[in-house]
Design a protein around this ligand. Sequence first.
Ligand code: AMP
Ligand code: MG
Length: 325
Amino acid sequence: MTVTVETTGAFEIPKPLNELSESEIVRKAHIGRVSTEVLRYLTDALTGRGFTWLLPVIFSKSTDPLWPDPGASIEKRVETEIYGETVRTTLSMIIHKLVASSTAYPRFFVLSPNVRIEKRERKATGWHTYEFTQLDFEIRGAGSKDVKRLFEAVIAGLIRHAKKQARRDLTYLGRYGSLKAPVTPFKAHDREDLMAKYGAEWETRLPQEIREPVWVTNIPREFYDFEDPATGRWDNYDLFVPKYGEVLSGARREWEYGRITAKMERDGVKKESYTLLLRMAKEGKLKPSAGAGIGVERLTAWLAGAKHIGEVQAFPKVPGVVYDL
Ligand code: AMP
Ligand code: MG
């Protein structure tokens, strides 16, 4: 299939490998090497800090509801039947993370393919694909501060590593000079303050204003993020980077049966899709934890200065554009 390259604002729709010119192949190869260093550094940083590395799943009866999340925009949920059971492709491994961190894997990560059939107009954001990979991790007994401090160190370390190990590639891509290891701890903004400053468009305005990565906290969303019943505040955190926007979402988690079911009822989330999780919560087998998921392609796109997040993918999965491979 041949697709005409369209320019959408600052972004360009990425072409498939077979349609790239000689110079575009060189650029693609440089981005591939930046991506390799990102994966190498992140997996080393986490295994070196005692994390167990799990392999991902594709089909499950339970997956992330992605609801209510102001950032979610799903055109279609992929469901199929196997062995007489209805299963869904992974939207995220959050449910698996809650169960895994409560049982055999108190501190783990997984490189997890997520299939999210984003609305086709998201092609133009330059920031969405319909298949992507999360480096998803969870830590039993951790709090928000633990995760934030850990990831600040990891991001700063990653930039130092990439500048050393992918110097030629970042120089070719014009990112070597502009990419600076950020000062830690990162600044944090409450989402309510951002709403007051920028209005409902805060998620697109903030990345245009910042020069360093910043945390945004207190974002109302899915049932599994911890919401303080006394204050109504959400103990969650997203990491935003300059120009590109949100690269990581995380939270301290809910673990109590009464809290989880009350939130599911409030939000209209079907309890029958979460039977195992609810049974474990009811039996007191879910443990408090905190974690996050980082979009590997988005993180790489920011480091490499990609024109579109799909440029980081060998086989681009741009919303609304279905290539042969
Ligand atoms: P979420 O659970 O939606 O917060 O997703 C976790 C992380 O995955 C986000 O912070 C992004 O870095 C990445 N991500 C989410 N949706 C997409 C998408 N459609 N395309 C690429 N990356 C995504
Ligand atoms: Mg998010």
